[in-house]
Design a binder for this molecule. Structure first.
Ligand code: 5GP
Ligand code: ZN
Length: 112
């Protein structure tokens, strides 16, 4: 059995709060939301970082498209943020690539 938490979500060995899914990607609510909408969109393929995901353009496109679909479904008409934290300086803690979709409140820039 894999010890990757997000791979266990993909296999449904563990069940996150899924909001949407395609053949290539899974979208589920973050357990510690930082905004009224905070959804993680992951490729079903295990890769550690957004950088490594770049080797799989179909998955990149699918993850970004699914985030957009979720943003529409969540009614984020005033905008939202999509973020890949990549590596230690960015605060990445789970090393299965994931796109954060954050919205439902005004956000500051630059981020902390
Ligand atoms: P990172 O810091 O790696 O960019 O983001 C990892 C995200 O995964 C964090 O926002 C964290 O709250 C979320 N997370 C960690 N463990 C779990 C979990 O068991 N379930 C869900 N739904 N999210 C998790
Ligand atoms: Zn994984």
């Amino acid at each position: 059995m894999t010890d990757c938490l997000f791979c266990r979500f993909v296999s449904r060995d563990l069940e996150p709060a899924v909001v949407a899914e395609t053949d290539l990607s899974l979208a589920f609510r973050d357990i510690n939301p930082q905004a009224p909408t905070h959804v993680l969109v992951i490729p079903k393929r295990h890769v550690a970082t957004g950088r490594e995901l770049a080797a799989y353009p179909l998955e990149v496109a699918d993850v970004v498209a699914l985030a957009g679909t979720v943003a529409e479904a969540e009614g984020l008409v005033d905008g939202y943020r999509m973020v890949f934290n990549t590596g230690g300086d960015a605060g990445q803690t789970v090393f299965h690539a994931h796109l954060h979709l954050l919205g439902g409140r005004a956000m500051t820039w630059p981020p902390g």
